[in-house]
Write a protein that binds this ligand. Sequence first.
Ligand code: 5GP
Length: 213
Amino acid sequence: MGETPTIKRRGLALVLSSPSGAGKTTIARRLIDAEPDISMSVSVTTRKPRPGEVEGRDYKFIDEATFKRMVDANELLEWARVFDNFYGTPRAPVEAAIEGGQDILFDIDWQGAQQLSEKMKHDVVRVFILPPSAASLEQRLRSRALDPEDILRKRMDAAAGEISHWPEYDYVIVNSDLPTSMEGLTAILAAERLRRDRLNGLTAFVREMQSQL
Ligand code: 5GP
């Protein structure tokens, strides 16, 4: 016993989706703060920043012409139109993280989750966050009151649509209690990090051990 060997592994792409108001952003931030070796994928968007949002932390805020140029240059791993705005995931940082054994967390919608699954099937772990009830979702959306009333209505209609995609995910967390949800998510991450097919340093590690036996 004694020393803990480091076994090289591929990073994983942890995708969190939920309707807005289910607590996904809080869960994502907590996970990033609590866990080493995972960082957030920062999307580009044509949406205007909301109060309190920070350029480069929450999003990279760009105009539509720049977005189109990035799509044409194949610089986005996936992209989607959500409400009246475009959102996309820059490819280069994701590929570098995964090759380097670092995990990356995505706060993207079901359209993004589908595209990522097609493009990097073996690296993706999909988690869907459900609110505990319709009433709690509505209450959270209202208490934020960041959007005008018509956008709020749109978001509630969109929530019903977003929720219908739950069967496309590997795991589902019903977020009634934040600490319990965090325990669940941390357990998912711990187990997925141990999957044999991600541990690409395992063959060398075991060979070395066998040679010493
Ligand atoms: P919001 O405008 O509230 O920040 O985000 C609206 C929706 O867009 C959320 O469901 C969020 O997960 C999704 N979203 C944010 N970034 C991306 C992205 O890069 N790609 C995709 N497909 N969806 C995204």
